[in-house]
Ligand binder design. Sequence first.
Ligand code: GCV
Length: 666
Amino acid sequence: METKKWTQLWLDYKKAYDGEGIWKIVLNGFTDSQVVVANALYEFRRGIKALTGESVLEAGKDEEQGKKLLTLTISNNDSVSKEGYHIQGSDEGILVEASDERGVLYGVFAILRQIACGKSALEVSEASSPSNPLRMMNHWDNMDGSIERGYSGESFFFEKDEIIINDRTRDYARFMASIGINGVVINNVNVKAAASYLITDRYYDQVARLSEIFNDYGISLYLSLNFASPIEIGDLDTCDPLDKKVISWWKDKMKEIYERLPLLGGFLVKADSEGRPGPFTYGRTQADGANMLADVIKPYGGIIIWRCFVYNCTQDWRDTKTDRARAGYDYFKDLDGAYHDNVILQIKNGPMDFQIREPVSPLLGGLQHTNQMLEVQIAQEYTGHQIDLCYLIPLFKEVLDFHTHCCEGKDTVADVVSGRTMGNSLAGMAAVINTGNDANWTGNDLAAANLYGFGRLSFDTDLSAEEIAKEWIALTYKLPEKEAGVLCSMLLRSREIYEKYTSPLGIGWMVTPGDHYGPSIDGYEYSRWGTYHRADHLGIGVDRTDKGTGYAQQYYEENAVMYNDPEKCPEELLLFFHHIPYTWKLKTGKTLIQHIYDSHFEGEEQARGLAADWESLKDVIPAVSFDRVKERFERQLYNAREWRDQVNSYFYRKSGIADEKGRTIY
Ligand code: GCV
């Protein structure tokens, strides 16, 4: 791989103040032969030097004259919860308490974050423990170097069917650890070609090296698995999960895998989805498939993360009863409780596929006896390809705060996926990651706020989208207060703006097929993917009520009643649940058609506002970063204009109803 120079993202600490001390390290109950602790100390040295100019005394060296001796004390305290930390500054220095190595590492990163955000080292204070046991990144990287839905260059893990390991790998692990990520799946869930061989001799040594680098930063490496491995890399003619030969093949394979990859966390599996093999081929259930793998991996302490993105992707658009939104629940709800303890179901936040607005998947909390985790996407597949600015943390917050009504209290998605609802420890959050080998990692410099934000949010789901944005800005750019406020406001406005100029009121999918950037209103309307808006000359929207596809009935009573009734349905989701006439009056008093026109005109105008705000930051943002983002905004404005004019023209031509304000519609 061409070794490009790469940025340090939010770990590029800027001087916070001139410190006058020198640090001494004291370890109680930990030692620096523990590799994660050693790396925590490395991070402290590196960070404190950049932030305050202060250095750390090398072991055996004398104190420097005239400098105040400060102590970083790292103490084992078993009462601190797993992977959590307490940090407390005082006149003498800082005390970090944790009960394990990861806690120490996260505690040190928290110290550095607080200093970068404006506190003096001696004032830092925080007690934190992760909201979610699993906090994972899912790479959709292919071994040829391409990335499925990647908008930031090529893979930094793979090239030409080889595994890349270099300094960038270690920096990646550092970034992930600094935001609390403890699991990374390195390869695409669509496991094809060379990727099927990641669990063979051909790649074991390199995967093992990668897993060690991750492990040094408290991260477990996971692999996506090809369910048809017994056929593709073995010599069987079946991968039927109940077949004795298949089970025995997997037993032997798992033994070999763990001999060669002892640090492996487990596997992520996409089965029976979009052409991938799975248990359905043999008339078996999803639980049959997941449990078989879970049983053979159990002796090694591994887990099976099984995706619920299972639906019919060869639908007939003429069929108005089959509803893709129903599929996850229909396939998985009946098997609730049938999954073994080391299986966790990974559920996308919405029932369709990462649209800018969808209701929360009814499977989340719908399952009451099954380990489950939330999957979100920070790769901006449907949300602007990291060209358009779209800060996604507000969307994730809405999902986490959603009351499923699965029980009294502890019924939000945050409760469910953290394990609080069921009292289970196999629970958490995963994001389809937005990185690549671009110098800035995320294509658009501002898309790094989503990368940072997902990690921070999965560690602490109580953080607000604004708090996270402020932290990211302080760490990345360290702007004066006013300018920081401008950038923060840009991030916080961006999702709604993107929503306004794209598809209205929860309908989604009006994107260019395949690529998923830019408008194509009917692009998916007559296709096999189950993604329809059903617009005609009278109205638009999918009837998912009890009189339509019945999807609304998959929710618990309170939510089912709300979604079933167009008067009660939250308006931002109106067209997801209902087919509505263009003349329907919204709560604002506007007709539906007028709302479509207004929001598209507003969205495009507000996108121009974002670009103008960015221009106003020219003097305070480093030129390279400024120019990169400016170029993105130019493309965003083109995109927003296309969306505005194509959507408005489409609905004007369908409905024949003119814009009340007489603006130009084509
Ligand atoms: C990895 C959508 C995407 C696919 C992706 C799939 C999935 O369909 O367009 O690229 O495949 O979701 O989540 O498995």
